[in-house]
Design a protein around this ligand. Structure first.
Ligand code: AMP
Length: 282
């Protein structure tokens, strides 16, 4: 596996490949890789001639400096894992490579409600930071296809909207969430859970599954309240939001008239670890 860390190296490497029409599958990550990330790499590998993974902890998508400082950084283990699944290129630039002028860039797009609800509401500026870095990474790596996990459903919707509005020449491929055997969605943040918190964490997915069972049978508002109550039965979890929203606009549903579009979304704290998850309900 090739390891590149500067724009210049990447440009030199990628230009001949784009010129000869090599299909490039790109998986952007922030590292601390796990099976969830590797499933995206495997899919990219199956569908493209070259697979490229980036590891970059993007400072401008963290609205909480403490969260940024605590984000796990495990580049040498990440490289070994990528090598093992047959990734062709690891791109791990430093912040000065991607933000040579500092981090004050902006990107004005019509996000609709995408950056105002749920993650957008509770993490102001987060999606703008994500969109800026992904757009930059696309322009550096020239992917044919880029792979994003449904685990970050709202992020996927934001990226799709950006690609559509800027008419970027890349196909976005959504990939299913990979879970631990007990249902907990894999996340780099799980590493920070205490043993006791880790034992409680699967309740998030359990309740999402129960919500899927009840969806369409009781009013949306009642189901939402039920879910929050059910999770809060565990004193060590604090629900930040629980919403049932439209799969594209993410706008909260008021009834089940468009039920085939319904997705349940949750963000919850266990101690100071913030976990998110979601489930398509139909
Ligand atoms: P991150 O490193 O957290 O920014 O994630 C990089 C990519 O991996 C994003 O597209 C995530 O949605 C995806 N991802 C993270 N966790 C999972 C998971 N458990 N299953 C599938 N994809 C995931």
């Amino acid at each position: 596996m090739k390891q590149l860390s500067t724009l210049r190296e990447m440009e030199r490497f990628i230009t001949p490949l784009t010129e000869n029409g090599t299909s490039i599958g790109f998986v952007p990550t922030m590292g601390a890789l796990h099976e969830g990330h590797l499933s995206l790499i495997r899919r990219a590998k199956a569908e493209n001639q070259l697979t490229l993974c980036s590891v970059f902890v993007n400072p401008i998508q963290f609205n909480n400096p403490e969260d940024l400082a605590k984000y796990p950084r495990t580049l040498s283990t990440d490289a070994k894992m990528l090598e093992k699944v047959g990734c062709d290129v690891l791109f791990s630039p430093g912040a000065e490579e991607l933000y040579p002028q500092g981090t004050t860039e902006s990107l004005e797009l019509d996000w609709g409600m995408l950056d105002k609800v749920m993650e957008g509401k509770f993490r102001p500026g987060h999606f703008k930071g994500v969109a800026i870095v992904v757009k930059k990474l696309f322009s550096i790596t020239h992917p044919t296809r880029a792979y994003f996990g449904k685990k970050d459903y709202q992020q996927l919707a934001v990226i799709r909207r950006m690609v559509e509005q800027l008419r970027l020449p890349v196909t976005i491929i959504p990939c299913d969430t990979v879970r631990e055997p007990d249902g907990l969605a894999m996340s780099s943040r799980n590493l920070r859970l205490t043993i006791a918190e880790r034992q409680v964490a699967p309740v998030i997915y359990e309740v999402l599954c129960q919500v899927r069972e009840k969806a369409g049978k009781i009013p949306v508002k009642d189901l939402r309240e039920w879910a929050i109550r059910k999770i809060q039965e565990h004193p060590s979890i604090r629900v930040e939001y629980f919403e049932i929203g439209d799969k594209e606009t993410l706008i909260p549903l008021e009834n089940w008239s468009l039920k085939s579009r319904a997705v349940a979304f949750i963000a919850a704290f266990l101690g100071d670890v913030r976990l998110i998850d979601n489930l398509e309900l139909f």
